[in-house]
Design a protein around this ligand. Structure first.
Ligand SMILES: [Zn+2]
Length: 271
């Protein structure tokens, strides 16, 4: 599943190719994504110039003078730039076609992604207005986490994966950040010190930034290319490594379930 680093890598990959470009049409072959794509997007986006490609959480925002397209890649979505004449494959549901005959093509086999058009400032859109702070921004820090976690009994892993608190720390990155901060994933959020939270915020930024940096080598996949952009593999310390020795203490990494998600942790290093 595309997580925040993949979305940010996508943004960096496509932005130089579509910023300043004029949209000539939006071809919706299959509107039945997670939410039905509005028919008016073709009429309203056509003729507009992409002023900016930005990101909020895991949403990509293509902003024009008339409004913004809000794109989410869901579970299996990806975008790439193709020649507009390239024949679509089965799961190529949407093309945003530009005057230079290139098209930004959305491929999404499972159709959990989405595309919305809004005339209002995109951050006011219902999908975005309740999102928590950006994990790579200054507002995400130890003081913030400490302050909003007081009296909360929820497990810290679920706490930092709550998109109303901080948006875009997915399962892999939550496991890795908690390992790096030495915090047991099942610990109550309200019982973690300010100092530990400062460390957690710091290592979370590190884990995400490292993933984005690792994605830099795949930028070429967003232009031309066939099929889906291959997500990069980052070096992981606990995620998916149950039964393997911890790199720090050699204790075997354990797996447990939290909510619907698998959690990986070192029972020795994480308290
Ligand atoms: Zn360990």
């Amino acid at each position: 599943m595309p997580e925040l680093p993949e979305v940010e890598t996508t943004r960096r990959g496509i932005a130089p190719h579509i910023t300043g470009k004029k949209v000539t049409r939006v071809v919706v072959r299959n509107p039945n994504l997670r939410w039905k794509v509005q028919a008016r997007i073709d009429r309203e986006m056509s003729g507009q110039i992409i002023d900016e490609v930005s990101r909020r959480g895991k949403y990509l925002l293509l902003t024009t003078a008339a409004g913004s397209a809000i794109l989410h890649l869901g579970m299996s979505g990806s975008v790439r730039l193709v020649n507009a004449d390239t024949a679509p494959n089965k799961h190529d549901h949407i093309d945003i076609v530009f005057a230079n005959r290139q098209a930004l093509r959305l491929t999404d086999p499972r159709r959990f992604g989405s595309l919305h058009w809004t005339r209002r400032p995109p951050l006011q859109h219902k999908l975005l207005c309740n999102l928590g702070v950006e994990p790579l921004g200054d507002a995400f820090n130890g003081d913030y986490l400490y302050r909003i976690s007081r009296k909360r009994k929820v497990a810290i892993k679920q706490f930092i994966m709550n998109s109303h608190i901080v948006t875009g720390i997915g399962n892999i990155y939550a496991c890795e950040a908690l390992f790096m901060a030495g915090i047991h994933p099942g610990r109550a959020a309200g019982r973690i010190s300010r100092k530990k939270y400062a460390l957690l915020a710091e290592v979370s930024k590190e884990v995400l930034s490292d993933a984005i940096a690792a994605g830099g080598t795949t930028l070429r996949d967003y232009v031309g290319g066939h099929g889906q952009a291959g997500w990069f593999k980052q070096e992981l310390h606990v995620y998916g490594l149950a039964g393997k020795p911890c790199i720090s203490c050699r204790t075997l990494i354990r797996e447990m379930r939290q909510g619907q998600r698998a959690t990986f942790y070192c029972p020795q290093c994480q308290k």
